[in-house]
Design a protein around this ligand. Structure first.
Ligand SMILES: Cc1ncc(COP(=O)(O)O)c(C=O)c1O
Length: 365
């Protein structure tokens, strides 16, 4: 199915796009979780099932980015992320399916069980992994890999961190239109708020713009899960402007949208000590969602986002508002594939994630 947004702005047909997922993703009511947290109308958007191969929020972005890479005749993708990055894995899975070679520059991060699983899957999907310990070595490694790839047959395509770029973020502008259609079809009420994890910002920026263009009153509650210097309202506003610029290039009927920083909601109090460092609130939320709704979140993005978003909305007196949690985490179980890989076949620098302790996941109350 083509992006719904093209029906409203036909010029956008010319933006490269390839189908990787299945839409619309369902909206369901979280009765028990809502009751437990004191919210009357809490819903979930099941983007965890955006593809039967590998779900989560990266699918919508990669549909645009990988099509762009194909159109530009690229054969190699280079991307960046934390050692347990979902984005690098998603790029590897879909990139592999489309015949690209994929390199992931992986930055050191707090250890966790999911880091192990994702690294094994990175190997399973034949991603070339390069370990880096900090931002400087990440930049140097990136430059080295980029030049190496050029010497070996052509410039690679850069899949930006989190797959957030104007073209990738189009996936979430389109998601706003998808939601609008679901509301019109009576599948769900119009949300007052959408809660989303905010790492590289593209999901939240794209969704906020999509909701505005689709004529929804919905405000995005972006919960910051990465560093304060990286995730700012200024960057979110700029990203929205950059997406609009891209859209206007393809379709001059796209209206100008001016969102001020004051209108954006970005919560900075729920990160905890570091990116990927688990918090009590996040762990408790993951436990409750598993117990009450039989839905698996994780502790780096979605647990922090839902736990933090609900905490903030409660404090704002919004218990009776219509709230939609956008589940950005994959729920396709790939553990059998991971189990076929021996960690010793990974580059040596990644072995420590398998020999050193992982963070405790359960909230002790
Ligand atoms: C599961 C999950 N949720 C949310 C995000 C954050 O989305 P964004 O980077 O678009 O802000 C990411 C990735 O970065 C992710 O892996």
């Amino acid at each position: 199915m083509k992006p719904v947004i093209n029906e409203f702005f036909p010029g956008l047909e010319k933006i490269p796009w390839i189908s990787l997922g299945s839409y619309p993703t369902r909206v369901e009511k979280l009765e028990k979780m809502g009751e437990a947290r004191g919210f009357t109308d809490l819903y979930i958007k099941r983007d965890d099932r955006s593809s039967p191969v590998y779900g989560g929020n990266k699918v919508r972005k990669l549909e645009y980015m990988l099509a762009d890479a194909q159109k530009k005749g690229k054969r190699t993708l280079i991307t960046l992320g934390g050692a347990g990055s979902n984005q690098v894995l998603a790029t590897g899975i879909f990139g592999h399916e489309l015949g690209f070679k994929v390199t992931g520059i992986m930055m050191d991060q707090a250890n966790a069980k999911y880091v192990r699983k994702n690294l094994l899957l990175d190997k399973y999907y034949d991603i070339k992994l390069v370990y880096t310990k900090d931002t400087l070595s990440e930049i140097l490694s990136f430059a080295g890999e980029y030049i190496g790839s050029m010497l070996n047959g052509g410039k690679p395509y850069f899949v930006t961190a989190g797959a957030s770029s104007p073209i990738g973020n189009m996936g979430f502008v389109n998601a706003g239109f998808e939601l609008k259609k679901q509301i019109e079809n009576g599948e769900c009420p119009e949300p007052d708020y959408i809660i989303a994890a905010c790492g590289s910002i593209g999901t939240s920026a794209g969704l906020q713009l999509g909701c505005i263009l689709a004529g929804l009153k919905t405000k995005i509650v972006a919960v910051r899960v990465a560093y304060p210097w990286l995730v700012t309202k200024w960057r979110m506003k700029r990203m929205i402007g950059d997406i609009i610029k891209l859209m206007k290039k393809y379709d001059s009927t796209v209206p100008s949208v001016d969102v001020s920083e004051e209108e954006l909601i970005l919560l900075g109090d729920y990160l905890g000590e570091d990116y990927a460092a688990f918090t009590d609130l996040g762990c408790q939320c993951v436990d409750d969602m598993r117990e009450l709704e039989d839905i698996e979140l994780e502790h780096t993005y979605t647990g922090k986002a839902l736990g933090g978003g609900l905490d903030w909305l409660k404090k704002q007196g919004k218990s009776n508002s219509t709230i939609l949690f956008w589940n950005t985490y994959n729920s396709v179980d790939l553990s059998e594939k991971a189990a076929t890989i021996d960690y010793k076949t990974l580059p040596k620098k990644f072995h420590k994630y398998f020999t050193e302790p992982v963070q405790e996941e359960t909230w002790k109350g």
